[in-house]
Design a protein around this ligand. Structure first.
Ligand code: SAM
Length: 456
């Protein structure tokens, strides 16, 4: 199936309310889900602008026989392409006029704010995770400099990320392998992306693997893994040493994931199409699994890039059903006998899927597991719905300039569980800036960090 036909089918499905964007994209027969997602998402975002251009350029009058309108017309990519080529000058002139009329200079500024988002709705930067299995931060920085971007060094505050514009980029202040570009920078066609040297991943979505931080050589389960961004991040942290058991129920998402992991140079993993709830924790295969990353299906209510026609806020029944599944899957994960540390995450802003799930499961576990006070310098904490909930992390477009997200790190009690080794260094460095230490000044003596645990 051709890309444009597949995109048309997804757009029509959205119009008819047959599902959300992601489910329709992954339910499509088109083999390259990301490419399809990007095309549909951009078409939806720019839909009103494209309509305005077509109207303004009066193509209806210029052409006797037009392909059908946008959503349907995209099916005949060939006919629209030929038409656009024929009227290129007219369309470009209309684009210039539109910008003058709206008093903007860039195409992105023509975009309408998302429905429900006020004009002040924050925009999330483009985060680029450097895939250290294939390259290193310095080489990627040099590459982008050669592409005409100016590198401004390491960000000192979230405010610096907020004001990023034009062809400038920064190194993130919290995560050491994350570069930050202005919102709407698009690298889907960039060579580094198509070759797996960089991963386009929101900063908040990098937190679970970063906080879990399995030691190289460990056995790790990624319980709900597709399409695999967090799996590839885990593999990078493991330096491809050890083993990742990744599960997902969705065949198509697993196929995409397999391609993505190969492209990212991930080895030592096994993808299994299986309901994680049916995986036997006592199977000897998993006897050395010390770390579990659990990022189950959720309402997705934290995704600020939700597009026109995407699902509205989840109903109370849907939230209840999701929370029931999340509780079950979290309890199941904690049944693996060797597990020491688990990162639970969602891209939901609803406490029902976040703090409530964690609290219910911890209560059910008695004194077997506790919350780790992860990343103490992270500014946005769990909602105070139970004692210790502030050990959890939240992320939001306003406070952390990311998608809305939630992470909790649990560890087995009574063990010197592996505390995420990458945290202290990153935290100390970000604290240096927060505490106003001059750049270039001698770094403060490294504090010996005590694990902070909270019992609930
Ligand atoms: N961790 C992924 C990443 O970073 O790319 C995203 C995971 S997505 C939020 C949730 C995934 O859970 C979906 O791919 C869905 O198919 C999968 N899933 C849902 N129920 C499952 C189950 N019972 N067992 C395993 N996977 C499941």
């Amino acid at each position: 199936m051709a890309l444009y036909s597949a995109a048309a089918a997804v757009l029509s499905g959205l119009e008819r309310g047959e599902g959300g964007l992601k489910s329709l994209v992954y339910g499509s027969d088109f083999p390259h889900a990301r490419q399809l997602y990007a095309l549909v998402a951009e078409t939806l975002r720019y839909g009103p602008v494209l309509e305005a251009l077509l109207d303004g350029a009066a193509l209806l009058r210029a052409e006797k026989k037009l392909p059908p309108p946008l959503a349907k017309g995209i099916k005949c990519g060939g006919r629209w392409k030929a038409l656009a080529r024929r009227h290129r000058a007219r369309l470009e002139a209309e684009l210039a006029r539109l910008k003058v009329r709206r008093g903007v200079s860039r195409n992105e500024d023509l975009l309408e704010p998302a429905p429900g988002a006020g004009p002040e709705a924050p925009q999330v930067p483009r985060y680029v995770r450097v895939n250290v299995l294939k390259t290193c931060v310095d080489d990627v920085v040099e590459f982008f400099k050669r592409q005409g971007y100016s590198f401004l060094g390491k960000a000192g505050s979230v405010e610096e990320l907020r004001t990023l514009s034009g062809k400038k980029f920064l190194l993130d202040l919290h995560l050491p392998e994350l570069l930050v570009f202005p919102p709407q920078t698009d690298f889907h066609d960039n060579r580094l992306y198509t070759s797996g040297h960089i991963i386009l991943q929101d900063k908040a979505s990098c937190l679970p693997a970063f906080l879990l931080s399995p030691a190289a050589g460990s056995h790790v389960i990624d319980a709900c893994a597709a399409p695999g961004n967090k799996t590839s991040h885990l593999a990078a942290i493991l330096k491809n040493k050890g083993h990742i058991f990744a599960f997902d129920v969705d065949t198509k998402r697993l196929a995409t994931m397999n391609t993505m992991l190969m492209r990212a140079g991930v080895t030592s993993f096994k993808l299994t199409q299986q309901d994680f709830l049916t995986v036997d924790p006592h199977d000897p295969k998993y006897s050395k699994v010390k770390y579990i990353l659990l990022d189950p299906s959720c309402s997705g209510s934290g995704m600020v890039t939700r597009l026109p026609l995407e699902e509205a806020a989840p109903s109370a029944e849907r939230l209840q059903a999701l929370a029931g599944f999340q509780r079950k899957v979290l309890s199941h994960a904690l049944r693996f006998p060797a597990v020491q540390c688990l990162a639970y995450s969602t891209c939901s802003v609803h406490r029902e899927e976040n703090e409530d799930v964690v609290h219910a499961v911890l209560q059910e576990q008695g004194s077997a597991f506790r919350l780790v006070n992860a990343f103490p310098s992270w500014p946005c904490r769990g909602l105070a719905t139970f004692p210790g909930a502030e050990c959890c992390l939240r992320a939001s477009p306003v406070d952390t300039l990311t998608q809305g997200f939630f992470v909790a790190v649990l560890e087995r009690c009574g063990e010197e569980a592996a505390v995420p080794s990458s945290l202290p260094a990153a935290t100390d460095e970000s604290l240096q800036h927060e505490e106003g230490v001059e750049p270039g000044a001698a770094p403060p003596r490294k504090r010996k960090r005590k694990k902070q645990r909270v019992k609930v």
